[in-house]
Design a protein around this ligand. Structure first.
Ligand code: PEP
Ligand code: MN
Length: 338
């Protein structure tokens, strides 16, 4: 349920409603929007059946939220959420552009790629230090030394660091280096991890699970939000379908669907979404045209020798640069900027 407050409501009136709700054993989150203030009530609302919230001063009306996710719902938060990461915004007019290798391999590699992508206009460097590999004998990432290499790339370029965290135990360590956590597709429903990044407080990119519905994905976001972290960025990265020609099926329907259902920003990963380098530019452009708030793209200067199999889907730095040029035109056409 949400409690919609009247225009001109006072802080004291909001506080009284919050106190009354807490007294009934329920939790609240308050969203002070431009149009109106909305208080989300979290928990079993029947606990409020003896409490006449609607007649309290400052209350306009109450409304049930029909979706099972509440804080992620646009019914709770009408305006788009815009997340700031050291001066870069995700969810605003400007698109958030994230690029870099699948895995951090050495300092020279990550700094070199970072210098290329910053020149092309990216604001974020991506790179895995902890890699979720399908098989246990594949390269698993260099761990903390790779996080230090990412920090060096940040110092040399000013780019913000996006990197994956795989376990709740590693959130503290990864959080020392990352500007934005990435939660990978395989961990979308790792509930202890969702809760831990929710408590930590840094922005989180939540990739869509390999076979998850949009509702399951928004419920996973709800875990993070319900721990008090409002900075969740959804990332469509393709889902598993019967089609085997591409690595995944990039579900661009998710972009307008998420925009309708939720206030959270959504970015698109056309690299994992296709698995094929030559398809990445077309799907990146399509994602921007569909209304995505940004892109996360794999870029490698020597993809044939990359340490994960993802070289085949990585753009060369020059291709990324060219793509950024053509994206500018698409962005303008849909009233966005790069
Ligand atoms: C990645 O970004 O390199 C990655 C492993 O992504 P996903 O979780 O989408 O497979
Ligand atoms: Mn990858």
């Amino acid at each position: 349920m949400v409690i919609i407050m009247q225009n001109g409501v006072t802080e004291e009136q909001i506080e009284q409603v919050v106190q009354r709700t807490h007294a009934a054993g329920l939790k609240t989150q308050t969203n002070v929007g431009e149009q109106c203030t909305v208080i989300a009530v979290i928990g079993d609302k029947t606990a409020l059946s003896d409490t006449p919230i609607e007649s309290m001063a400052g209350v306009a009306r109450t409304m049930p939220i029909s979706a099972p996710y509440k804080l992620a719902s646009r019914q709770f938060h009408e305006e788009n959420t815009v997340i700031s990461v050291n001066g870069a915004k995700i969810g605003g007019k400007q698109l958030a552009m994230m690029a870099g290798p699948c895995a951090v391999e050495n300092t020279e590699q990550i700094v070199r790629i970072a210098k290329h992508v910053v020149k092309s206009g990216a604001q974020f460097i991506r790179g895995g230090a902890f890699k979720p590999r399908t098989g246990p004998y594949s390269f698993q990432g260099y761990g903390e030394p790779a996080l230090e290499m990412l920090a060096t790339a940040r110092e040399e370029t000013g780019l913000r660091v996006v990197t994956e965290v795989m376990t709740p135990q590693e959130v503290g360590l990864v959080g020392k280096y990352a500007d934005v956590f990435q939660l990978g597709t395989r961990n979308m429903q790792n509930f202890p991890l969702l809760r831990e990044v929710g408590r930590h407080g840094k922005p989180v990119i939540l990739k869509r699970g390999l076979s998850s519905t949009i509702e399951e994905w928004l419920l996973a976001a709800e875990y993070i939000l319900s721990e008090g972290n409002p900075d969740v960025i959804l990332c469509e990265r393709g889902i598993r379908t019967y089609e085997t020609h591409t690595r995944n099926t990039l579900d661009l329907n998710a972009v307008p669907a998420v925009k309708e259902l939720s206030h959270l920003p959504i970015i698109v990963d056309p690299s994992h979404g296709t698995g094929i380098r030559s398809y990445v530019p077309a799907m990146a452009k399509a994602a921007v045209a569909a209304g995505a708030d940004g892109l996360i793209i794999e870029v490698h200067h020597d993809p044939d020798n990359s340490m994960t199999g993802d070289g085949v889907q990585s753009l060369f730095p020059d291709q990324f640069n060219q793509l950024m040029q053509s994206l500018r035109q698409i962005a303008t056409a849909v009233d966005r900027e790069i």
